[in-house]
Design a protein around this ligand. Sequence first.
Ligand SMILES: *Cc1c(COP(=O)(O)O)cnc(C)c1O
Length: 352
Amino acid sequence: MSRFWSKLAHGLKPYVPGEQPSITNLVKLNTNENPYPPSPKAIAAMAGAMDADLRLYPDPNCGALRQSLADFVGLQKDQVFVGNGSDEVLAHAFQALLKQDEPLIFPEITYGFYPVFVDLFGINHRAVPLAPDLSISVSDYAGNNGGVILPNPNAPTGCLLPLQQIRELLLANPDRVVVIDEAYIDFGGESAVALVPEFDNLLVVQTFSKSRSLAGLRVGMAFGQAHLIAGLERVKNSFNPYPLSREALAGAQAAVEDVDYFNMTCQAIIERRQQLSQQLRELGFSMTDSKANFVFVEHERLAAAEIAAALRERGVIVRHLASHPTTLNRLRISIGSESECEALVAALREII
Ligand SMILES: *Cc1c(COP(=O)(O)O)cnc(C)c1O
């Protein structure tokens, strides 16, 4: 607290990210980072960008990266937006598209940044409970609202809505923007980007942080019809016209273009999720049908807090979200490398 803080700063409840401990040799399964390194082509492109041209500002329109993304998904460049992490892209979407008179609606259990943004930007909102099996019922997201935002797959449940239900959601809200946050879509879901040409109210947000192993670079993107992208550009150019460094532009573009590496690493994580799920079931865990790079588990006998503490003593950190009764007895565990998953299972065998 400081007497110099503004009223706004006093009133905020900031997002608390999963910890990034400085201790080495920890098995870090708490923030859904990718266990694989970024594409070697992305690393080479970033090294190549570290030259005397750094004295110049980067391209404020991020043209080359947006064109590569447009080519990858089959859209036009003016249907693509990029920003400094998808958190920034989401922030612009909240201000440009989701701040309306009626309440914005989002799931009661979801990405923890949404409630933080609505407070920061003063957005009227309403949280919609999940179904008892922790899935989202799209029929709950109709009627009077100022917009809809939800992650697909949802976080921290991993539950996926099929494209047909996203379509129903869009049809039920023709006069409101629907933002689908696809941070985890590449681990087994079908992207709503395919619906962009058909729906003028759809914005799809994605990130390089999970499926492209570039959480440290901070690059996120959005896909939507040009009039929605233009709204995001207005906010961006009123806030920070140069959100991506030369290094980030070069690395992200090379990562998008290395399609083989992307497919290979995503597939390996999907397969390991299946293996790990089976091993956890044998240890007495039940779980949602996660289509993300994490599992969301509950043990038949031991409390989640107890397991998380015992894992930590053994050098394994997982995410325990104790803030809601539904998540209180569950753990979100990222899919790590083969050896990290082995270390997790070995530690759990000892504990259980
Ligand atoms: C990780 C995550 C993000 C944020 O990603 P960044 O691009 O690293 O800012 C956004 N939404 C959801 C649901 C996430 O899990």
